[in-house]
Design a protein around this ligand. Sequence first.
Ligand SMILES: C[S@@+](CC[C@H](N)C(=O)[O-])C[C@H]1O[C@@H](n2cnc3c(N)ncnc32)[C@H](O)[C@@H]1O
Length: 276
Amino acid sequence: MSDNTEQEKLWNGSLGEGFIRVESYIDRIVEPISKAAVDTVRAQSEDRILDVGCGCGSTSMTLAKTGATVTGVDISEKMIAQAKAKSKAVTNLSFCTADAAVENFERNYTHVFSRFGVMFFSDPTAAFSNMHSGLVSKGKLTFSCWQGLTENEWIGLSVEAIKPFQSEDAPPPDPRSPGGFAFADKEYVLEILQGAGFSNIEIKPLKATLDMGQSMEEIMSFHCSVGPLAGLLETLDEDSGKEAVEAVKKSIEKRMGNRGLRLAAAAWLVTANAQV
Ligand SMILES: C[S@@+](CC[C@H](N)C(=O)[O-])C[C@H]1O[C@@H](n2cnc3c(N)ncnc32)[C@H](O)[C@@H]1O
């Protein structure tokens, strides 16, 4: 039985609030990867698409513009409330708060889609198997997930900068534990999808240079709202917190160029078919 209570707490708590705060910035920086993932769906007006871990609903809204009927699901009530508030006038789009790992989906969807929303399950095979149950015959799965931290400078930079502030006694985290980088190993992703009953699985690399902008205030607001620095700040006292923020700021300043901060990113673009 999946237990995603920890993630539910995080995304309904400070992480979800942080995400809402910098939502439009995130949409902007991940646009090259987002566009590739959304375009892969080739949505048509007759499609019924389930957007899993839809967050504040940005990709659900983009997909709905094709005329397809889109349902966004997310474990965070706060983020779903934000998604609903932004899309009141869109009639072919609905949102609901649900744990995609256990929600009883009707076998109704032509596509299951996700932009970075499927790496947070305690039992990924069971979760994908549950999502598979919502797909009609020949239904398709498309999602993006991050490759490893070393390939993702946009966040790896802050991971390196905050190392001196982390407890030396802490055991190294399990790289497959629920989190943004849990699917870095493509063999693991393949294993999960095969175990969940998908076929024609393709996992393609997607590389991009993310334009993080020129505003240090905006960039730091992002790091203080989501990601490793934001998590660390919750555990540090005020003075150490200020030092950690300074350390991240310095590492960013070193990379700031004439065109602002441009950092490497690498994702996997995953597609598969339902075996029904
Ligand atoms: C990195 S955010 C991505 C949000 C959105 N797809 C985007 O690209 O802006 C991950 C999302 O997955 C959601 N999530 C995590 N576990 C989930 C679960 N078990 N069921 C549904 N959503 C989940 C989180 O609440 C969060 O909104």
